[in-house]
Write a new protein. Sequence first.
Length: 280
Amino acid sequence: MSGTPIAEANIAPSKNDIVLNIIQKELEGKSVFFPLVQDVSRFAKKGQKTISFLKRSSVTAINKDCNASNPTQDFALTTDQLALDQKPYVSFTISDCDELESVVNLEAEAAKAAASAIQRYVDDAILNALIAGAGLTSAALTMTRDGVLEMLKYVDCNFADDIVIVASCVQKYDGLLKEASFTEQQVYGAPVIKDGSMASLYGYPLVFSKRLPTDQALVFDKNALAIGFQRGVKFRKQACNDVGADAWNYTWDAKFGVKILQENELAAGGGKSPWIAKLS
């Protein structure tokens, strides 16, 4: 039974899909901060420079009077806007000589390298926004018990309900693991800090990040910051005949934005969020 030969042009999209799948897995597997914030990408639309999404609102319950008319409350939905001003871009060329002399699949390795670079860019954008938007700056210089409790108290008492703690690698060793109350079993019956890159402290998730400045730690609610992609990672390649017959240029880019939420609410002002606290 004869079949129709599959031309290179027909399988090229499948190759692109494989490359993009590699990138997606790298981003999801290695990003520290993306899973810890609110993703509003579903509200993104083509042709817009911002993403508008619903802002949290609340109403108050009262004790109903069964013998009289009860008051009603206005329920008005408001929106937040996120500027799509972040455009990570990675591009490089693989020559035919590089490909021929390599014992690995350079295209796959290039995809992993590009994904890692974009992941770092995304994490840094989230991290910088969290640090800049912190409503509380603790007086503590390291993650002592009092410093951690001060940050937790601020965020928790401002009605945060999905709290996470992020510490730098240096704070892990110079602060947390040197604090006796965090590690001595006779104090709590078991170490407060559980083992692993995703640990727990006082019952809250504790994450360690090498992207965080060495003298920094954060306590924040997962709804304190929004991230939205207008376009996920795109991939293109084109021939570079001036370099070689089998040389290719590879390009990856994306477009997204981040936005601090609950700005100037409750105890926070000056564009800060009451759901974020940091070390000094």
